[in-house]
Design a protein around this ligand. Structure first.
Ligand code: BES
Ligand code: MN
Ligand code: ZN
Length: 484
């Protein structure tokens, strides 16, 4: 989880010639002043590079490598194309390009001015991430030195987004971790470690959940040897105001239960606690930056296993709210978890708004693929603010409809509701199910992150595997709308 080491150093022309790792420079249609120095050292190699056909094709933030340049000790000069008025997204991409090329020898970035440093460092820190449990530890990337005329200013500009990048890594680690290691108990204990940041953390055990009447949640875990838990994280940075509530689905592993999943690809279900991991990551980010906001994060931690004690298709469970649920399919377990945890969040905290995150449906992947999460909202204004925050942070999100017309599909013969609809509109019927457990006056967003939590290919900001999607968007939403 440790970030790539980043140092901020004063401008030093000599270092350009003697640095033995990679040296990074910037240019657009012309070389910037630092790149001009590199050009002199290499006797014109950079001028030739930007006159080449390949250079024309580069988009902002993309780069070209000039390997083993004569006149320099460097392994390579990495020349990044960056317009004079680079946008945050361009700068992030530049940081990502640096991360992709980075090796043990590190890099010296020539001309990482205060204006550039913030988002460049963010892109770099987000992309430079690895997760592997190997006997032989993978080689860590070397230090990246951001050299400029105002290193202190650059450091100050970058520090907030670097702290947030660390929270993203925390989320990714949780999602990447296998289910034999990240049990409900281990997850709860990793959250408890965040007390060090000033978060209040409370763990509700099965006996507590039983007393509260969370039968829908408990039913999901009753076939597992791992105890079901609800963990409450409270960040009180904003005085007496009622909090924003974040609620996460935390299914440590989803076999499907008695409605067992096919074995091919089942290993991906280690990520079924992705919603909880994002909630924990956001809480960490808020606490790390001492956000002047009140936010409470609640996660339902549970494992969905087939067993002699496991719930059966056809079982009817009574939720904490009191609504009865016919469990048609034990693989539609996420909504059972969220129903009780969301109800508890509202009863106890009377939140000003509630946002839940869940790797809830395969259907959202059919609809939106791995680029965008599904967004369902009961409140247009909150939704617009979230989509804006997602756009600002380059996190893909797309609104899908809620409509009572879909409730027809989840009517039960024997209970208030059943836990699956038919084959159609699977993500929407899941959202409609959840809405039953949202009080009418609570503005609410449901984020279905099944497609974006863990992906098989490298994404813009993460190597393949867990992405940490949502931590940055939600942190930004809190900044913009919930006190800062
Ligand atoms: N955890 C899965 C959803 C999922 C699928 C997440 C693929 C990530 C990748 C969820 O619990 C589930 O099994 N959903 C079922 C619902 C169905 C039984 C109505 C699904 O989507 O198939
Ligand atoms: Mn399932
Ligand atoms: Zn699931």
């Amino acid at each position: 989880m440790t970030l790539v080491p980043i140092e901020f150093a004063p401008a030093d022309a000599d270092a350009l010639a003697t640095h033995e790792g990679r040296v990074v420079g910037f240019a657009d249609t012309e070389l910037d002043s630092w790149a001009k120095r590199l050009d002199r050292l290499t006797r014109g190699a950079l001028q030739r590079a930007i006159a080449s056909e390949g250079w024309e094709k580069l988009k902002p933030g993309e780069s070209m490598d000039l390997a083993f340049p004569a006149g320099m000790a460097a392994q390579a000069v990495q020349l990044i194309r960056l317009p004079r008025k680079a946008k945050p997204a361009d700068l992030r991409k530049a940081g990502v390009s640096i991360a992709k090329g980075l090796g043990e020898a590190g890099a010296l970035v020539a001309g990482a001015s205060v204006r550039k440093a913030e988002y460049l460092a963010e892109g770099l820190a987000l992309r430079a991430y690895t997760f592997a449990r190997r006997a032989e530890a993978p080689k860590a990337p070397g230090t990246v030195t951001l050299a400029s005329n105002d290193p202190e200013g650059a450091k100050a500009a970058a520090s907030a987004l670097l702290a947030r990048a660390e929270a993203v890594h925390f989320t990714r680690d949780l999602v990447n971790e296998p289910a034999n290691i990240l049990t409900t108990t281990e997850f709860a204990s990793r959250i408890e470690d965040m007390r060090a940041f000033g978060l209040e953390v409370e763990v509700l055990e099965e006996a507590d959940l039983e007393k509260l009447g969370m039968r829908a949640l408990l039913a999901v875990g009753q076939g597992s040897d791992s105890p079901t838990k609800v963990v409450v994280m409270h960040w009180k940075g904003g005085g007496d105001e009622k909090p924003l509530a974040l609620v996460g689905k935390g299914v440590m592993f989803d076999t499907g239960g008695i409605s067992i999943k096919p074995s091919a690809g089942m290993e991906d279900m280690v990520m079924d606690m992705g919603g909880s991991a994002v909630v924990a990551g956001v809480m960490r980010a808020l606490a790390a930056r001492k956000a002047p906001a009140n936010v409470v994060g609640l996660v339902g931690l549970v494992e969905n296993m087939p067993d002699g004690r496991a719930q059966r298709p056809g079982d009817v469970v009574t939720s904490m709210k009191g609504d009865t649920i016919e469990v048609i399919n034990t693989d539609a377990e996420g909504r059972l978890v969220l129903a009780d945890v969301m109800w508890y969040a509202q009863e106890r905290f009377e939140p000003v708004a509630m946002i839940d995150l869940a790797t809830l449906t395969g259907a959202v992947i059919v609809g939106l693929g791995h680029e965008k999460a599904g967004v369902f909202a009961s409140d247009d204004e909150l939704c617009a603010d979230f989509l804006k925050a997602a756009a600002e942070t380059d996190e893909g999100a797309w609104r899908l409809p809620l409509d009572p017309a879909y409730d027809e599909l989840i009517k039960s013969r024997v209970a208030d509701v059943k836990n699956v609809g038919g084959r159609t509109a699977g993500s929407i019927t899941a959202a409609q199910f959840l809405q039953r457990f949202v009080k009418p006056d609570v503005p609410w967003i449901h984020l279905d992150i099944a497609g974006v939590a863990l992906v098989a290919k490298d994404t813009a900001f993460a190597p393949k595997g867990a992405t940490g999607w949502g931590v940055r968007a939600l942190d930004t939403l809190v900044r913009n709308r919930f006190g800062g």
